[in-house]
Structures are given as C-alpha cells and as structure tokens.
Design a protein around this ligand. Structure first.
Ligand SMILES: Cc1ncc(COP(=O)(O)O)c(C=O)c1O
Length: 389
C-alpha cells in the first residue's frame, strides 16, 4: 500500500463519469459571450447553471468599477489584512454591508468558503454544540469540524427534528449554534426561518443563516430569506458570498453582535490568507449598489424562474418542492442524469450535474440556476431542449 493508492478510487470514479459522455467536471467555456451565453466546443451555449442570479457579471458599471480599481490600486493586495493592513475599499464594503443588513457589524472574507470557516472557528470551540441542517453546504460542515465543537445533525428543514435535538442538549442548548441556509442550493427550497427563530429563542440558542444563494433573490430589499420571513434582526450571524448574485468573489458575515469585530484577531481563515483584491472589492461594491437600487433585477429573475419552473412542470418532470431560481430536475438514476446532461450540452444548454453523495436523499439531479439576464427566448429554448430528452 502506498500513500497515493487512495487516488485509485478517485480515478475510477472519474472514468465512470466519462462512460456515458463528457465528464461534467471537465467542461471548458472557451469564450464567455455574456452572463447567459458562452462557447463550448465551438457551440454557442446557453448558460443555465451559473448562480449568476442577477446577471451582473457583464454589467458595464461593475466592469468599469473593476477596471478603475485595477488601474489606480493595482492587481492585488499581496497579503492579509492582519499583516499588511486594510484597503479603504475593504472597510467601505464592510460599512455598506452593515448598512444593508441593518446591523452594526460586518466583516469581509476572501471567499464564501473562508467566511464560513472563519466565522464558525471563531464562534465555536471544544465543549460547544452545533445543530446543523443535514443538507448544509460543505463549507458549513468543514467549519464546524475545524472548530472542534460537537456536531449534531437534524433532518433537513424539519423543525420537529431540531426541537428534539435541542431538548436532548438540555442545559447545553443555550451554548449551541443552529446552522441553516436561507435557500438550499441543490433543490432551491427555503428554511422555515420563522419557526427556527421561535425555537432558537425558546431554548436560548444562537442562529447562523447562510444566505449564499438567497442574497439578492429574496426579501423586499434583497437581503435574503431572513428578511423575507421578517426575522432579519433575530439572526445572530448572516453569512454569504459575493460569488453568486454579486458576480464577484469573496464572502462576508454581518451581525448585530459587536464581538464580530474581535473575530479579526482569532479567525485564522481571515488572518492567514490574502485579502480580496481592489478590483474584486470595487465590482462587489458596485454590484451591491445595483442589487439595492435596481429591484427590477429581482422581478426579472422571478419572472424567468416562474417561466422555467412551470414549463418543465408541464412537461412532467419531477422538480424541487418550490418555485425558485434554482430549478432541479430529478433523474431516474445516476446514468440517466449523466446521459441527459451530456445531451443537453450537445444541444447547447449547460446545466449543473448533481450526483450523490453531494445531493439530498442520494438522488441525481440536473440543476438549472436562472438569471435575471436570461431572455424569455432563452428560457423557452431551455424548456424545448429538456422536452427533447
Ligand atoms: C451555501 C453556500 N455557502 C458557501 C459557499 C461558498 O462560497 P464561495 O464559492 O464564495 O467560496 C457556497 C458555494 O457554493 C454555498 O453554496
């Protein structure tokens, strides 16, 4: 046995993916034409799996802001904020995020993944308990594991399961953190946040909500599911990413707790990595301003989401439980998911392939994520190509 033998399994898995057609993890977008269109293997392809919910990646004002920052502040920060100091744009974005979420504190991280690791390792330690939704993102799991806290999973979106877990924790419940996502990324279903907040308050626990997929998508002002459900000021920590609706890169935490300011001195995923580049801060700040000032983007997104969901439903596909910008089409099995994914790509539609173990219930899905930038014609083409499967 050698150290590297474990990679035999990975190799087998990858060649298994290629048995039906193209390996979904090896797609290359040769040219990106717009937020919703690219060229893949010489074919013009509709992008229906990008998380580019507001379609801002090609917004001219975002691009101009990035270009100006590149020219005036350089290509990168070349170090962490602890060691090399902050750029004014890091601080400005943190102020703007705190204002947006109507809380006192916000902190920017280099990615959404780092935000989850950074917040969870700061908040939690040995002896603390975490109640984690079973379908939570890998970055939430990893952050919990890194923290050394005791991890207890509850059934996905099941408040009875959460309540039983809280009861079993007894006096430890008041030192426990409940972790959920606003909207879940595979099926597009939402956490029942009002009920979860009621439980959190009853047991004296704390609550972290990851709004990675709901920022800019839900709520009157686009804050996410916590705003939609009227519990924004009840959530202890809101985390999220700039890499989806804001079309950039980076992550954040917003909180009404002043201790967030102290995370800067204890959070290793914040302290020991380079801070986001000036261009990334500039495009993110402009995108956040657009998210706030252009509610029409959200209207366009929802109109497209409705069109796709009802179109695919009429064709008889089994979809996620609620209409959302994530439309997941359940496949019979892994092989049919691989086969149909490949067929869609050949027909000029790129969607995400979702296979177990990264999926709820071990099922296989073709996952579409819809953008405000899709045209009605593009949505009709996506529906037409699904009809041809
Ligand atoms: C729920 C959730 N949290 C965090 C992340 C990580 O964000 P990032 O890609 O910006 O690191 C993702 C990314 O897919 C996500 O879906």
């Amino acid at each position: 046995m050698s150290l590297l033998d474990k990679f035999d399994v990975v190799e087998q898995l990858m060649s298994g993916l290629e048995s039906v057609g193209k390996n979904p993890t090896s797609v290359v977008f040769d040219t990106i034409n717009s937020a919703t269109e690219a060229v893949v293997e010489g074919r013009t392809t509709i992008l229906a799996g990008t998380n580019n919910y507001l379609g801002l990646t090609f917004d001219q004002d975002c691009i101009s802001a990035g270009v100006t920052a590149l020219r005036t502040q350089g290509t990168g920060t070349t170090g962490s904020r602890m060691a090399n100091g902050s750029y004014a744009s890091h601080i400005k974005l943190e102020t703007e995020l705190a204002d947006f979420f109507q809380c006192e504190n916000a902190m920017v991280f280099s990615t959404g993944y780092a935000a989850n690791l950074g917040v969870l390792t700061a908040v939690l330690g040995k002896g603390d308990a975490v109640l984690l939704d079973a379908d939570a993102h890998a970055s939430l799991y990893d952050g919990c594991r890194m923290s050394g806290a005791d991890i207890f999973r509850f059934k996905h979106n099941d408040t009875h399961s959460l309540e039983r877990r809280l009861q079993r924790l007894k006096e430890r419940a008041s030192r426990c953190l409940i972790i959920v996502e606003g909207m879940y990324s595979v099926l597009g279903d939402r956490a029942p946040l009002a009920e979860i907040v009621e439980l959190k308050n009853r047991f004296g626990a704390s609550l972290l909500v990851d709004e990675a997929h709901s920022l800019g998508v839900f709520g009157e002002r686009g804050c996410g599911v916590a705003e939609l459900d009227g519990v924004l000021d009840e959530v202890d920590f809101i985390v999220g990413t700039f890499s989806k609706s804001l079309g950039a890169m980076g992550g954040f935490c917003a909180s009404r707790h002043d201790v967030l300011g102290l995370f800067r001195y204890v959070s290793r995923p914040f302290m020991f990595t380079a801070s986001p580049s000036p261009a990334v801060m500039a495009t993110t700040r402009e995108a956040l301003a657009q998210l706030r000032n252009r509610p029409g983007l959200r209207d366009a997104l929802w109109s497209n989401a409705n069109q796709l969901y009802s179109g695919l439903q009429k064709l008889g596909f089994e979809l996620g439980p609620e209409i959302s910008p994530v439309v997941a089409v359940r496949c019979k099995d892994r092989e049919s998911a691989l086969f149909n994914w490949d067929k869609l790509l050949e027909a000029g539609v790129y969607v995400n392939m979702m296979l177990p173990p990264a999926t709820p219930g071990g099922a296989s899905f073709l996952r579409c994520s819809i953008s405000a930038a899709h045209t009605q014609e593009q949505i009709n083409t996506i529906i037409e190509k699904f009809a041809g499967l």
